[in-house]
Design a protein around this ligand. Structure first.
Ligand SMILES: [Zn+2]
Ligand SMILES: [Zn+2]
Length: 834
């Protein structure tokens, strides 16, 4: 107990608040008592609250606190509301940094990773979060990656995993292939080390994510932020149209193109190939060879993003070759240009300069023919004189039997012109309705050691076959050498890759590539259900009770990677009968980013990193938690403010001071007690609403205001009343999710209430108590506010009118006359018209 602090001034700060010892004490007790152990309980509704698992870098940063502690507060709130809440934590433990460090320093990635995990686990415990550590899952442990391998085999058996030779992005520094998502910036650098990537051809494993492209565009039934849905939609980038076969004049080769505008086929006056298109060498005429070769070399040095940039000046060269436009048999020249990419569509396009801005600019630059085929109403386009492409609606012209057909700006079949042309193309056998996506299949292979092995075996006779289930997991060998050779240590290991063919039993070779770590994180929410389960990736009873994830929280930077992969994974596994429902995570909320005090992204090189360990030492976890909830709208984030955290610290200490105060009971007026009760229930209503809606900052400001009200009420003698007791009770229950340690200490020790505050229920708002006695209404005279009147909260319109007219200010303007009109707007405003 604290020493007596009778007559403590409101601003006084109680020095007996010692978070360091107190927080540790409760963390240990909660742990021993298994307070946050979550087990199946059919009598209570479940709530699976998931926050993204960290990579074990070895040091927890403030961004982890920002992601995890408000998520923890929300999970605690749900728990107090009567839900059986699962809030697990684990580590996404495979990946490049540990392996790069191994090459540099010779420390085995396994050793380093598990040491880092140990350290971060300790740091995380200081948050005081309700993580159920019994459910911890670590993706780099064999009991976990056994099932990552097993899932690979399920996808393989479903025909969703395949091998193909493919130009891949290769980081020459990390010596590995990178997924498209791991290549960043206009200079296309490696996400990990910043080195510009180069292209390399390798045979690799892919997952057929594109098979689910359409379904992934459907967000029915899930409550995800619009921004994430838009990012995923744009990433998949679906467009409807037709694929059409053009023929080369020389040797009659088929060249397939995709177009969203088959209605403009008659205006296709040239074709453009990607410089890498396989037919380029063949169609190039002798006299054009030198120029084409030079252009190809130049294009190869640029990145896809540079090449595709909208504002880039378009360039190209003529191959000397021609194609035949299949709709009118016209002979059209074939050019190559770097803005046509092999990685999008078919690597060849038809160019319709009259109706496409890019084609128009290209045609004007190189003097190519422009033939309008859509005529706008009331104007006549002329290919010689047009100043820009026309992309609006109109009527088809110069298009044979289609002349006169109306074309609008709708896409695909919704456009009558497009629809009719597609039917005709299909009838003639020169094209068909088609959908194109920018979305690519997921490249899974990594030429690295520190990942889940791809459980496939190659036999010269039987090709590729999965490792039989009873031989899983294929474990990583520990005795490997760390050499910066660019080859995986698995490939260089003398014996590891030697095995037998599952079909014939003859000597065979293991796949030495490992899986992209996004594969591990696609299903970690399932491993939490039963992290030590040996008969499958998860215990079905746990799945049936806990899944789907009810609330998922994490950074928006994962929108087109993890958050898309995990949806794909769930849908594919659903089709295999392993998971249920269409989506793994029903509600998603993204937190923003904590920037450095200099408003820049935190980085060691900038020296603006805020280390949570030092803050815990100085302020205690409760204060950091409160500050992180308070200092910004959660989804926005903000720069760290070392002055700002003092405000949160002061609020926590003032809470401590008020609750540990020994003021003797007083005798407060009925109005004081009624006002206190009203403020308590109004705050409760607001805090409840804000928790439901992830509006953490206003939870804290609401509690701060209520604390001020409680100080006022104490001054007015409220201590000892039942309203005071209720205020203390409700305040601590509301504080518990935010600042779990101090709430427990004050609740259990100082108020002597039953342990634990975290097992109490969320209080109910007493609406009648929350109701205002009176309301203040501004009064306007001819539209200008002249006064405010106070009326009973339940006052009717007539009562409000007479109060307004009784105002001295209003009387002054009326000068003894009757007003022309008195308007009461929604009980919020009175306007007196004179
Ligand atoms: Zn790199
Ligand atoms: Zn064989």
């Amino acid at each position: 107990m604290t020493e007596s602090k009778k007559n403590t001034a409101v601003e006084a700060i109680d020095i007996s608040y010692n978070p360091k010892a107190m927080e540790k004490k409760w963390q240990e007790k909660w742990d021993v008592d298994q307070l946050y152990r979550s087990v199946i309980d059919e009598t209570r509704p479940k709530h699976y609250a998931l926050t993204m698992l960290p990579y074990p870098s070895g040091d927890l940063h403030i961004g982890h606190w920002y992601a995890m502690t408000p998520s923890d507060a929300r999970a605690r709130f749900m728990r107090m509301r009567g839900y059986n809440v699962l809030f697990p934590m684990g580590f996404d433990a495979f990946g490049l940094p540990a392996e790069n460090a191994a090459i540099k320093e010779g420390i085995h990635p396994m050793k380093r990773t598990f040491e880092n995990i140990e350290r971060m686990r300790k740091q995380m415990r200081t948050m005081g979060a309700m993580f159920d550590w019994e459910r911890e899952a670590v993706s780099a442990s064999p009991e976990y990656y056994k099932w990552t391998e097993w899932f690979f085999i399920q996808l393989y058996k479903m025909g969703l995993a395949y091998r193909k030779m493919s130009p891949v992005d290769w980081c020459p520094n990390c010596n590995t292939t990178l997924a498209r998502e791991q290549v960043w910036g206009d200079d296309r650098h490696c996400e990990r080390c910043g080195t510009p990537v180069i292209k390399k051809n390798l045979e690799q494993w892919f997952f057929k994510t594109t098979k689910y492209a359409d379904e992934l565009l459907n967000f029915d039934g899930i409550d995800w932020p619009e921004r994430v849905k838009t990012l995923q939609t744009n990433w998949i980038d679906r467009s409807e149209g037709a694929s059409v076969i053009f023929k080369t004049e020389k040797d009659d080769h088929n060249v397939e193109i995709f177009t969203t505008r088959p209605d403009t086929l008659w205006g296709a006056t040239f074709m453009v190939f990607s410089p890498e298109h396989p037919l380029v060498d063949e169609i190039t005429a002798q006299e054009n060879k030198a120029a084409v070769e030079e252009y190809k070399q130049q294009a190869a040095r640029q990145s896809d993003i540079q090449r595709g940039a909208v504002d880039k000046e378009k360039s190209g060269v003529f191959t000397g070759g021609y194609a035949i436009n299949p709709v009118n048999n016209e002979r059209i020249p074939i050019w190559i240009a770097d803005y046509v990419l092999m990685s999008y569509g078919t690597g060849a396009i038809m160019a319709v300069p009259a109706h496409d801005e890019r084609d128009f600019a290209f045609a004007r630059k190189y003097g190519l023919r422009i033939v309008p085929v859509i005529q706008p109403a009331g104007a006549e386009l002329n290919g010689e004189t047009m100043e820009a492409a026309y992309i609006g609606e109109g009527v088809m012209i110069n298009s044979g039997q289609f002349n006169g057909i109306k074309v609008n700006t709708e896409k695909g079949r919704k456009n009558p012109g497009i629809s009719k042309v597609i039917d005709w193309l299909e009838q003639k056998g020169i094209g068909k309705e088609s959908v194109n996506y920018r979305y690519r299949d997921w490249l899974i292979s990594r030429q690295r050691y520190w990942g889940a092995p791809i459980p496939m075996v190659h036999c010269d006779i039987h090709g590729w076959n999965p490792v039989p289930d009873d031989q899983l997991p294929v474990t990583l060998p520990e005795d490997v050498e760390w050499k910066p050779t660019g080859e995986s240590p698995l490939k260089l290991h003398p014996t590891w890759k030697n095995t037998t063919c599952p079909v014939c039993g003859e000597p065979a070779t293991r796949e030495t590539d490992t899986m992209d770590t996004f594969m591990c994180s696609s299903w970690y929410h399932l491993r939490y259900l039963s992290p030590h389960y040996g008969k499958g990736p998860f215990d079905e009873a746990e799945y049936n009770y806990w899944m789907p994830v009810d609330t998922y929280t994490g950074g928006i930077e994962h929108a087109t990677m993890h958050l898309l992969y995990t949806r794909f994974f769930h849908k594919a596994l659903r089709d295999a009968g392993i998971t249920e429902g269409n989506e793994p995570m029903m509600q998603l909320r993204n937190q923003g980013m904590v920037l450095g005090e200099d408003n820049e992204k935190m980085s060691k090189s900038r020296g603006n990193v805020i280390a949570p360990d030092a803050l815990v030492n100085r302020y205690g976890a409760d204060t950091i938690r409160a500050y992180l909830m308070f200092f910004a709208r959660w989804e926005m984030g903000a720069p760290w403010d070392s002055q700002g955290i003092e405000g949160a610290a002061r609020w926590i200490r003032r809470t401590w001071a008020l609750f540990t105060d020994q003021t003797q009971p007083g005798s407060a007026s009925e109005e004081t007690r009624r006002t206190l009760r009203r403020r308590v229930h109004q705050t409760l209503r607001k805090v409840t609403h804000d928790f439901e809606n992830f509006e953490f900052n206003t939870i804290i400001s609401g509690l701060m205001e209520l604390l001020n009200e409680m100080y006022k009420a104490r001054e007015a003698g409220a201590v000892g009343s039942k309203e005071w007791a209720e205020a203390q009770d409700i305040y601590l229950r509301m504080l518990a999710p935010v600042a779990p340690h101090i709430a427990e200490e004050l609740w259990t020790v100082h108020l002597g209430k039953p342990y634990s505050v975290h097992q109490q229920s969320w209080p109910q708002v007493d609406e009648s108590a929350a109701k205002e006695d009176s309301i203040e209404i501004p009064v306007q005279v001819n539209g200008k506010v002249r006064d405010r009147v106070v009326v009973p909260a339940d006052a009717g319109e007539e009562q409000i009118k007479s109060a307004a007219l009784a105002s001295e200010q209003v009387q002054k303007y009326l000068e003894g006359h009757e007003p022309r009109k008195v308007i009461v707007a929604n009980r919020r405003l009175v306007n007196v018209v004179i």
